[in-house]
Design a protein around this ligand. Sequence first.
Ligand SMILES: [Zn+2]
Ligand SMILES: [Zn+2]
Length: 279
Amino acid sequence: MGRRILLHRLADWSNPALSLVGSRDRPLRMMLEPTGRLAGMRQVGARGWSGAGTKRKCVMRYVIVPVTPFQQNCSIVWCEATSRGAVIDPGGDVDRILRTAAVNGVVLEKVLLTHGHVDHAGGAAELAGKRGLPIEGPHEGDRYWLEGMAQQCRMFGLPAAMPAVTPDRWLVAGDTTTVGEVEIKVRHCPGHTPGHVVFFDEKGRLAIVGDVLFAGSIGRTDFPGGDYDTLIGSIRSELLPLGDDVSFIPGHGPMSTFGEERTHNPFVADRTAGWRSRI
Ligand SMILES: [Zn+2]
Ligand SMILES: [Zn+2]
């Protein structure tokens, strides 16, 4: 028997023209064999995805582009009505991000950053410079990461020195931003880094959570400025209350839902409240 999981990402990373695009209304369904090998993938209709609104005017669509040697889930999100969109966490591979945006007919209007780590923000200055885009986020608590981009490249063993990033707008808890006609809410979720933010499309029930939460795991807290208890607190108070039906794109690995993590994630599941573990 194969294992079925919902997935919302490109079927073929190397060729955006052949890729499938998921949205909250039309996610991709992937069948994995027990070995983890991909057995099949297909797009499902709106009715196949509980909680999806089919009459919303401002639908946000997205496509995931894994970038950098860390295979970070850079996301291109856009408003279906206007085709105006944003790149969230362009860690690198900027030309591939731009090609994917073009293939999907997206007119980029901004860069959004969840946090200042190089695999998420390393390509932000290049992308913003090439297209004249403003950079929004993260919270100012990550200023030291963005200013120290060159040191980060050395720290993470990357060959090239990425330029420092200077956001046009720092974000704080409760802020909102937009792509086209879609409103995106900002949550401040420190713990992995002090200035980490999460983007939430409330109507579409989709969150882009960076390195706060992963399917079955949580972000590392052993970097300067990281804190385990703060991270767990952020997940419990800022993310999980958004709703079990909310899908999320993590910074690395497959998508999941907050309901799934509340049930099975060993770090933050309801049954493990108060239990600490460090893998
Ligand atoms: Zn990170
Ligand atoms: Zn990362």
